[in-house]
Design a protein around this ligand. Structure first.
Ligand code: HEM
Ligand SMILES: *[C@@H]1O[C@H](CO)[C@@H](O)[C@H](O)[C@H]1NC(C)=O
Length: 533
């Protein structure tokens, strides 16, 4: 008995001692790491909050917790001077003229490897961190997205918009109780265009979906909602993949849609690889995957997983940003009577017969429509999360700062598009700011080392598609869809806003791309009411 008591006392003491030593060593490690990061790291000289320099949990707090998450980009704006250390490892620059240097044409910069897998599409070009491997993958896709290739798809895109238009006339026009949810309508269009181009198998959402609502939209939102969680807790991808699909589908509508989307794309790739996709063989256009399979990519680059990941990204990216830019455009046109009237007037004069919509190459020449589209792209942002680049070989110089090779540097379109020196009253939708090819005066270092003033076109500061070697590959397709979509629907139909205001489209949450509040009617997937004809 006595022995047993002694035993338990010693065992208790032993565990207490182990726990104390463990806690002390952890604290010691944490404190030395913090001291290193603050005073000895090569990043120590850059300005920024001490806490953010000490630990990545600072960023995680704003990404995940503060006001429901998605707030770090606003916190970065609050921190700013032109250059800030936003976390222990990364620099952020807010200076519109550095964009062309960081995202320089022809330069091979890496992305952050830690971001590669966050959407579980690590083998896609978009997610490829290594610059050389990215170039290989991107070059194989380039021909498919070239200007001439996209121009050749004009009739196909017009056909899909015509179907929307016919459905609006038949189902919505003149029926005051029938409410059209515009974001979903554009989502149907995007999903149909990209599934046709990618697989020659159109989903036919514009014809067949109830209330013109494509479940693809839900799947893509489902992925974006988890962006920050997947970034900060990378093991979650593994956890998710270990849960059977049917459990996920039952547990969550959003995640269920994500699963369904992955399975859908998977089966498309299987059919293409096994040669059972007859539509693709007889289609009047080449599909993305035929482009890839007939390219000179090495064999391991056209594996099932590689193609699956590439397809998930292209279909997702093709859907999301374009439909949001069109939603922003639609809202702001309808919100302001003078913008609406001026656009209508231009379209009516340029397009005498509403059934004969000119091709994109002609629509692009309409000045007011173009101004409306550029302004909508500015306020839709493209991406609002910073896009870090790593220069492995050389340092970057910015003003008096030398950024060591290998340090990730990021900029973002939120800072870019809301810079009041470039875009006065940046939060207002003002298409007029783009009319007449305006220029901005910029001071740069001249050849003699003195500051000189140069004129840069305002359009070079509209960076919704990014710039450089990693810029959006789908830019031509996106423009074609936006021009044809807006010109057709605004030439033919009358719309008015229904219980929708700016709060429904204003950017308040960064989920990689710009999102409005969760309660937004443009974003809320449960409600089917927004705009009516
Ligand atoms: C308004 C519409 C669009 C906007 C604003 C937009 C914006 C962007 C941006 C900012 C990037 C660069 C992301 C980064 O550097 O991390 C990007 C990349 C990409 N986009 Fe788009 N995008 C749009 C439409 C499209 C369309 C229609 C497609 C294709 C069907 C597409 C496919 C892609 C792909 C594949 C990438 C990755 C390119 C690479 O890493 O080489 N996007 N997009
Ligand atoms: C409507 O748009 C015009 C042209 O951009 C602008 O001058 C005017 O201030 C806007 N009106 C409102 C109420 O925002």
């Amino acid at each position: 008995m006595e022995n047993w008591q002694l035993d338990s006392v010693t065992r208790g003491q032993l565990w207490t001692t182990v726990a104390i030593i463990g806690a002390l060593s952890w604290a010691g490690y944490a404190i030395s790491l913090a001291i290193y990061r603050l005073y000895f790291s090569p990043m120590a000289k850059f300005p920024g909050p001490k806490l953010a320099a000490m630990t990545q949990w600072y960023e995680a707090y704003f990404d995940l917790i503060h006001k429901g998450g998605g707030q770090f980009v606003f916190e970065i704006k609050r921190m700013h001077g032109p250059i800030v250390r936003i976390n222990p490892f990364e620099i952020h620059i807010s200076d519109p003229d550095f964009y062309d240097i960081l995202y320089a044409t022809g330069k091979l910069y890496d992305k952050l490897p830690s971001l590669s897998n966050r959407y579980d599409m690590a083998l896609a070009g978009f997610a490829t961190a290594d610059a050389d491997l990215h170039r290989l993958r991107r070059n194989a896709l380039n021909p498919f997205f070239s200007m001439s290739k996209i121009r050749s798809h004009n009739a196909l895109i017009q056909d899909i918009v015509d179907r929307i238009s016919a459905r609006l006339s038949a189902e919505y026009a003149g029926k005051s109780d029938k409410i059209l949810k515009v974001r979903e309508m554009w989502g149907c269009m995007m999903a149909d265009v990209i599934t046709e181009l990618a697989f020659a198998r159109r989903k036919n959402f514009v014809d067949q979906s109830e209330n013109m609502h494509a479940w693809f939209t839900e799947a893509i939102s489902g992925m974006l909602v988890w962006t920050h969680w997947m970034t900060h807790f990378r093991f979650l991808i593994g956890v998710m993949n270990s849960v059977p699909g049917w459990v996920v589908k039952r547990a969550s509508r959003h995640l269920g849609a994500v699963w369904e989307y992955r399975e859908e794309i998977e089966s498309q790739i299987r059919d293409i690889l096994s040669g059972t996709n007859q539509q693709a063989k007889s289609a009047s256009h080449e599909t993305i995957f035929h482009e890839l399979l007939s390219s000179d990519l090495p064999k391991e680059e056209i594996s099932f997983d590689r193609l699956h990941h590439e397809a998930l990204t292209i279909v997702g990216a093709g859907d999301h940003a374009t439909k949001w830019a069109l939603t922003i455009a639609t809202f702001y046109i309808l919100e302001n009577e003078s913008v609406h009237r001026r656009l209508k007037k231009e379209l009516t004069e340029a397009i005498p017969g509403p059934d004969e919509i000119p091709p994109w190459v002609e629509l692009e020449k309409l000045p007011y429509l173009s101004a409306v589209i550029t302004e909508a792209l500015r306020l839709s942002y493209g991406g609002v999360q910073r896009m870090p680049r790593i220069n492995r070989h050389e340092q970057w110089l910015y003003k008096q700062w030398t950024i060591p090779a290998g340090v990730p540097v990021g900029m973002d379109n939120y800072h870019q598009h809301t810079d009041e020196n470039i875009f006065p009253q940046a939060n207002e939708f003002k298409p007029e700011r783009w009319l007449g090819n305006p220029k901005v005066e910029v001071e740069v270092d001249g050849p003699d080392g003195k500051l000189t003033t140069v004129l840069k076109p305002l359009s070079s500061y509209m960076t919704a598609f990014g710039k450089g070697t990693r810029m959006c590959i789908g830019i031509n397709l996106a423009y074609a869809e936006i021009y044809i979509g807006l010109a057709t629907l605004f030439r033919r139909h009358e719309f008015e806003l229904f219980e929708t205001d700016r709060s429904d489209v204003t950017f308040v949450r960064d989920l990689f791309s710009a999102h409005p509040a969760p309660s937004s009617k443009a974003d809320n997937l449960q409600k089917v009411a927004c705009w009516r004809m």
